[in-house]
Each structure stands twice: as C-alpha cells, then as structure tokens.
Design a protein around this ligand. Structure first.
Ligand code: NAD
Ligand code: MG
Length: 387
C-alpha cells in the first residue's frame, strides 16, 4: 500500500488525486491533506479519508476548522503545519499540488525526510531546480512528474539511453488566445483568459497557459527533471492536446505519449510507477479527431515563453525572478489591476533589473523571490496605477 500526503489537496490537482485514491482504496492510504483556506472541502476530505493530519495554512481559519473536525484528525496551521504534512512519518510519497513557490519549502523538507515526490508544483523546480534535484540525489528519493508534458517525456524516455536524446519536444495547446492577433490581445479580459479550451485547472495556471508562461515554466521544469539544457528543449503548439510531448533521439526517431487530456492519468502514473492501473472512462479514439495539427509558437505575440527561455539561459536566480515576477503580475491581473499584455511588460522590467547569481541557497531563493514580487508591485504602482 502506498501511503501518501497531499499538499494542496483542495485544488484542481489535489481533488483529482483524491479521485485516484477513491478509485483505488486498497492501494493508497491518505496520511495528510492540506489547504490554504477552503475549510469546507478540507473537512469533507477529513471525513471521507480520515488522514492522520489535516493542515489549514490560513491561521485565521484554524480555530473554526479544528472545532469542526474535533478528534477526527490532528490539525495544524501555517508553514510549520505544511512542513509537518510534508514530513509526516506515516507517508512514503508526497504529492506536491500547492500552487506557486509556496510549495518550495515543504517540498525541500519532504525530500530531506526521504519522501518520494509526485511533483505537480512546477514553480518549485523553476525557482529551486538545482537545489531540489541535488537534495533529491543526496537523499536518494525519486521525483516523478505529474505535469502531463513531463509525464509524457518520462514515458517516452522509458529504457532508452538519456545520452542518445537529441531533444525534448514539449507540446502546448496554445491556450485560449492562440488565434488572436497582437492587437486583439490588448483587449482580452480576465474571463476570456480563464476560459481554457482543453483543460480545467486552477486560476493561476490557466492564466499562465493563456500567456504561454506555463510552457516557459515547463521548459525550465524539463531542464531540471531531465538534465538537458535550454537548446535541447523545443516547444510545439498542438491545439488538440492529444500528444502530450515527445522525445527525439539521435537517429531521428521521435517517441511520443498520447492520450485524452485528463490529469488523472499522469497523477496515477506518478503514484503507481512502474506499474499501470486500469482507469475508468473514455479512451482515445484517433479516428474521432481525424487531424492533429502542429504550429511553431509565436513569441512576438506571447513574449512570456521567450522570457522563460532567456531566464534559463541567464542562470538560476533569473529563473527565480521570472517566476516571482510572474506570480505577482498574474495576481495583479486576477485582481483586475492590470491588463493581459501588462503581464509580460512587468516581468520584462523586473528581469532587466536583476543580476544573476548561480546555485542560490534556499534562503537566497526566498530572498530573490521576495525582491522580484516587491519590485513587480512597486513598478505597477509607479507606472500602471493612477493613484
Ligand atoms: P489550484 O489553485 O486549483 O490549487 C492550489 C492548492 O494549493 C489548493 O489546495 C490551495 O488551497 C493550496 N494553496 C494555494 N496557495 C497556498 C499557500 N500559499 N500555502 C498553502 N497552500 C496553498 O491549483 P492547481 O491547478 O491544482 O495547480 C497546482 C500546481 O499543479 C501548480 O503548480 C500547477 O502549475 C500544477 N499543475 C496543475 C495542472 C492542472 O491541471 N491543474 C496541470 C499541471 C500542473
Ligand atoms: Mg503541463
């Protein structure tokens, strides 16, 4: 039986992880769940799965949550609570489905406590890739990708020799604005950006998918997961989201993984690898599609993808910066403070002010992230706000 702790259990990936557990109760036991502030959902999960520990990160919700669940489970809060869930003795695997760099510290502690990681929280690798991968190696833990593209690459590598890979090809749906002109992108709304054609996800990643920053973050994630450099990672727009990514080998062979767009598959695979479990639901019928199409990404229209490549080429702390500035800019966009095209403008301005350092410590990563966020808000106040 696999014993798991799910960080961010009330989000899109967290809830789909619960579905995987629900369908295979004899294979998984849930030891810890955590949420930012959604006490209703977290309470339901406690009642259904009876984990040993439930963590409500928002301290103002702690008392109410504790009184609701009574003696059903232990309850904790704040960053100490997240670390307790990440390191809980009973679990062997931690599913990291918190959104944003908030996942970095708990993931770091989970690895230092020898937990295997099923990694959805890509921002942790974007900001702390070198540190996290070296800690994983040191502690002999595996980091298995939940992100569908990286799961596809992982499957496409299989038993092939990594030294014979010539490039990774990450597919991208292109998001809701793929066919819009540059001019039209100046007028798109938050509701438009949240209307993703193929995937139902949390708000931050949905906006990232619309700007193509999600693909940029995934390029950086792939760099660390598969130990390749920026030149060996290509992005290909594939609007049907059926080919989840591909690997090209030195002899020209390209191996891909295909499937319907459903995150339960990569979540389940990360939890059962090297085994596969049967899964309920529709299976891929290519004849229903007839045609699969492919395009080059347009980085003029979607500068965020290029910003991520630039950061990767510049060095570690530039990736922390691009991630922090993006998180802050997306939050401003979600709160209706800036327009869609202001997101890349703000990130560009922050990156211009950054001086790269390599191999930052955990403390330095957190410091650089804070700096990038503060500068993003400062620039917004100076240039974007009238007050
Ligand atoms: P989401 O917003 O739906 O859920 C986020 C979860 O994290 C929630 O449980 C929330 O309570 C918790 N959380 C948020 N902020 C927190 C904080 N500061 N401290 C503690 N907990 C906090 O997000 P999601 O779509 O499930 O995405 C989660 C991660 O998985 C992201 O890194 C995303 O890029 C990645 N991912 C998501 C998908 C998808 O289909 N949703 C696909 C691939 C990768
Ligand atoms: Mg993805």
């Amino acid at each position: 039986m696999k014993k798991i702790s799910v960080l961010g259990s009330t989000g899109s990936i967290g809830m789909q992880t619960m579905e995987v557990v629900r369908s295979n109760r004899e294979l998984f036991s849930l030891e810890a769940v955590t949420a930012n502030s959604s006490i209703d959902l977290l309470e339901q999960q406690v009642r259904e799965f009876r984990p040993k520990l439930a963590v409500i990160y928002d301290e103002s919700k702690y008392a109410e949550f504790k009184s609701r669940v009574g003696t059903l489970t232990e309850v904790a809060t704040g960053i100490e609570g997240l670390i307790a869930a990440a390191t809980i003795a009973e679990a062997d695997t931690v599913v990291t489905s918190i959104v944003g760099i908030a996942g970095l510290i708990p993931t770091y502690h989970a690895i230092n406590n020898h937990k295997n990681i099923a990694l959805a929280n890509k921002e942790t690798l974007v900001a702390g890739g070198r540190l996290i991968m070296s800690k994983a190696k040191e502690n002999n833990v595996s980091i298995l990708p939940v992100d569908s593209e990286h799961c596809a690459i992982f499957q496409s590598i299989g038993c092939n020799k990594k030294s014979q890979i010539s490039k990774l090809i990450l597919t991208a749906s292109g998001g809701p604005f793929r066919t819009k002109t540059k001019e039209e992108l100046n007028h798109v709304t938050l509701a438009d950006a949240l209307n993703h054609p193929n995937w139902k996800m949390g708000k931050k990643i949905t906006v990232d998918s619309a700007t193509l920053m999600n693909k940029g973050l995934e390029v950086i994630e792939a760099r660390w997961l598969f130990d390749v450099n920026a030149e060996e990672i290509e992005v290909c727009v594939h609007p049907q989201s059926i080919i989840h990514s591909m690997v090209e080998y030195i002899d020209g062979s390209v191996i891909a993984q295909l499937g319907l767009p459903d995150m339960k598959l990569p979540i389940q695979y990360a939890l059962t690898y090297p085994n596969r479990l049967s899964m309920q639901g529709e299976k891929l019928d290519l004849t229903k599609y007839g045609t699969l199409t492919f395009e080059k990404p347009d980085t003029e229209k979607f500068p965020c993808l290029k910003l991520a490549y630039d950061a990767l080429k510049a060095g570690d702390s530039a990736c922390v910066t691009v991630n922090g500035a993006n998180e802050a800019a997306v939050e401003l966009f979600l709160n209706g403070k800036i327009s869609f095209m202001d997101i890349p403008k703000l990130i560009t301005s922050v990156l211009e002010k950054h001086e790269t350092i390599n191999n930052p410590t955990l403390e330095e990563i957190i410091e650089i992230d804070q700096w990038a966020r503060s500068l993003t808000y400062e620039l917004y106040k100076k240039r974007w706000s009238n007050c």
